[in-house]
Write a protein that binds this ligand. Structure first.
Ligand SMILES: Nc1ncnc2[nH]cnc12
Ligand SMILES: [Zn+2]
Length: 338
């Protein structure tokens, strides 16, 4: 029998991928204050502690209100670079070998921060991480679903000169009242450009939104997907299609998607044969990066060694890495579990 300490140690050593990560959600309060000062922007909170004390959320919208405030200090290319590099350094120290990160261009365009400023900062940090540590990455441009279809199309237009840096598109922000079908035409255009497609669905929204993400958007992956478990036919469909779910345990706890980590559905997802993965979503706001998410599952759900291996495997196979690189990571992972 493996002790929890042994399993936590093992989870730290596993080569991991992060497939659901909003770069703006990695903004640690200390760095936020430093960049605010450098840009002479005033934050609503006077101290790091006061800001941290506000991180009490009862739902997704509570969090989003703070998240948009936080990102408002990002103005220059160096800000986006520093933010991204701080995250990459952190997860490199946690044996994360590959990241697929979201950015929210509309959250910055609305503040007159040009698209090229945002993406150059983020992309250069991703490139440097590959040079320094061999960490690979994909970049996912995410549309804000509380905004209009027209705004999403305008954003896609702005992205056109940088399409070679963008691997996929996503859909995030306030889920309830903003079903995936609202964006079916934008996603169609994105697919015609050869972009991969994913969408947040079933975090707070009903199973019908997950159906829409599959049937009307044709997603390659589903971000969260928790509420899919309410619909047996939907579970069967996700399984039949082999769709990966990018699940975010600590995020779910902080945003009250689950009431207690011991009730987290991730082990149930595995039992049902779904390709669940572990991710941190917005680690600076939710109390933990990749290893903390795994540790929390080990401590609270009684997850087994076999399940840990399955989650890490799913993270590799569900990524958008090339086949050969996946095989290399899988080999290393299996060697660790021998
Ligand atoms: N968990 C989440 N759900 C929806 N939109 C988000 N934007 C950043 N994090 C998000
Ligand atoms: Zn998310």
């Amino acid at each position: 029998m493996d002790t929890t300490d042994t399993l936590v140690e093992l989870s730290k050593k596993m080569p991991k991928t992060e497939l659901h990560l909003h770069i703006e959600g990695t903004f640690e309060p200390e760095q936020m204050f430093a960049i605010a000062q450098r840009n002479q922007v005033k934050l609503k909170y006077d101290t790091v502690d006061a800001l941290k004390a506000a991180y009490q959320f009862t739902n997704l919208q509570d969090f989003l209100d703070l998240y948009y405030q936080g990102m408002s200090v990002l103005l220059h290319e160096a800000d986006f670079y520093d933010l991204t590099m701080a995250y990459l350094e952190k997860v490199n120290s946690e044996n994360v070998v590959h990241v697929e990160i979201f950015f929210d261009p509309q959250g910055h365009l609305s503040r007159d921060v040009p698209f090229d400023v945002q993406i150059k900062g983020i992309y250069n940090a991703l490139q440097d991480a590959q040079l320094k540590w061999g960490m690979t990455s994909k970049l996912i441009m995410s549309f804000l679903r509380h905004l209009s279809e027209e705004s999403a199309f305008e954003t896609l237009e702005q992205a056109t000169p940088f399409l070679s840096w963008i691997d996929g598109v996503g859909l995030d922000s306030s889920e309830l009242g903003h079903p995936p079908e609202k964006f079916s035409r934008v996603f169609e255009a994105c697919k015609n450009l050869g972009l991969k497609v994913t969408a947040h669905a079933g975090e707070e929204g009903p199973p019908d939104y997950v159906w829409q993400a599959i049937d009307q958007i044709g997603v390659d992956r589903i971000d969260h997907g928790n509420r899919a478990l309410e619909d047996d036919k939907l579970v069967a469909e996700i399984k039949a299609r082999g769709l990966t779910l990018t699940v975010c345990p600590l995020s779910n706890l902080k945003l009250c998607v689950v009431n207690d980590m011991k009730d987290h559905p991730i082990t149930r997802m595995l039992e049902l044969g779904l390709n669940a993965t572990v991710n941190s979503d917005d680690p600076a706001y939710f109390g933990g990066y990749m290893n903390d998410n795994y540790a929390s599952l080990v401590h609270r759900t009684g997850i087994s060694k076999t399940e840990l291996l399955q989650l890490a495997k799913n993270g590799i196979t569900g990524s958008w890495m090339d086949h050969h690189t996946k095989e290399q990571h899988l080999e290393r992972l299996h060697a660790l579990f021998q």
